[in-house]
Design a protein around this ligand. Sequence first.
Ligand code: PMP
Ligand code: GLU
Length: 397
Amino acid sequence: MNQLSDRLNSLSPSATLAMSQKSNELKAQGVDVINLSVGEPDFNTPDHIKEAAKQAVDENFSRYSPVPGYLGLRNAIVDKLQNENGLTYTAAQISCANGAKQSVCNVILVLVNPGDEVIVPAPYWVSYPEMVKLAEGTPVVVSAGIEQDFKITPDQLEAAITPKTKALILCSPSNPTGSVYSKEELEGLAKVLEKHPQVIIIADEIYEHINYIGKHQSIAQIPSMKDRTVIVNGVSKAYAMTGWRIGFIAGPEWIVKAVNKLQGQYTSGPCSVSQKAAEAAYTGTQKPVEEMREAFARRRNLIVELAKEVPGFEVNVPEGAFYLFPKCSSFFGKSNGERTIADSDDLALYLLEEAHVACVGGSSFGAPDCIRMSYATSDENIVKAITRIKDALAKLS
Ligand code: PMP
Ligand code: GLU
C-alpha cells in the first residue's frame, strides 16, 4: 500500500545527489573512485569566513534570526548587488534561505498554482522541474542542443509562452552545461518577455563568480525586467560554502513578502552562525573568489583539451560553472561483452563500474544525449578520470 501523497509520488530523487552517494559508498568499500558527479567546489571555506563563524558562536548568535535573515546580512547583500551588479534593492527585497536550492523552491511555491506552466530551458539543473511538480505546476521544457551552445533562442521562448505561463527559470552560468547568456542574448529574451508581462523570471545566478568570459550579466540589469525578476544567488559556489546552507533571493517586495510568509511557517530563518559567516563572505576580501575562479578556469582548459581527444565525445567549451557536458550518443547501442549501452544513464553506470569514475547521465538534466562531469577536483584527478574514461569507452564496440 502506498500511503504517500500524489505530490511526493510524482517526484524523482535528485540524480546528482544519488550518484554522489553511490560513489561515496563504493569509496567506503575501498574502490578508488574519482567523483565527478556532485557539483561542489573542492576548496575549503576561506579562513576569514570561518573565523567570523567562530566569533558568532562565541558571541552567542544562537537564537532564532528574523525569518528573512539578519539585517546585517541582507544589507551586505544589498551592497553586493549594488557594487557588483549595479542593481539597487532594499533589505526588504532580500530573503535568505537554507541554500539557493530552497530559495528557488520558495519562489516556485509562492507563485505557482496547480496547472500553471513554468518554462524550464533544457539542459536544466535536475531540481527545477521537480520543484515545479512539487507546486503542482507543469514544467514546460524548451530544449537547446549542443549545436546552439545549449542556449534557448527568443523564438523558442516565444513559442513556449501560453496564457498559463507563470514563470521562466533562467540559469546562467548554467548547470549542467556551463553555457553563459551574453548581454545581447538576454536582451533578445527580454524583448519577447516584454510582450508577456505575466511571466516572472527566476534568474538562478549561483555560478555568477565562476565565469571565464568576463563580467556576469544579469537579466535584472535590463530595466524592463528588473521589477519582474527574482535573482537567486548565495555563497555556496563562489565562497566554497556548500555545507553552510545560505542562499538568497532579491526581487519585487510582493514576492519576497510571500516567501517570508512561507518560510515563517516552514523553516524559519536559516542557521544563525552560517548567516554571520555569509556576511563575512560578502563584506570581506574577494581575493579567494578570484583565486578559485582562476583554478576552475585552468581545470576547464585541461578537461576540455583532454575530453576533445576522447573518440566519440562531442565537446562544447563551457564558459562558466564547473561542468563539462559532452554529447555521448555515439556510444548508444554499443557493447562491452554482455553489457550494452542503451542511453547516457547506462553510460554513467558503465563508467562507474568499468572506469571507477562517477558522472551523471544527462536524462535527469533533460538532455539524454549528454553526460555531466564536474571538474571541481584536482588536475591530477581530472587527468586520471579522463584517461580511465577514454580506456573504458574504447572497449565499447
Ligand atoms: N542552483 C543551481 C543551478 C545549482 O547548481 C545549485 C547547486 N546545488 C543550486 C542552485 C543550489 O545551491 P545551494 O547549495 O546554495 O542550495
Ligand atoms: N548543484 C550541485 C549539483 O548539481 C549540487 C547537488 C544538488 O544539489 O543537486 O551537483
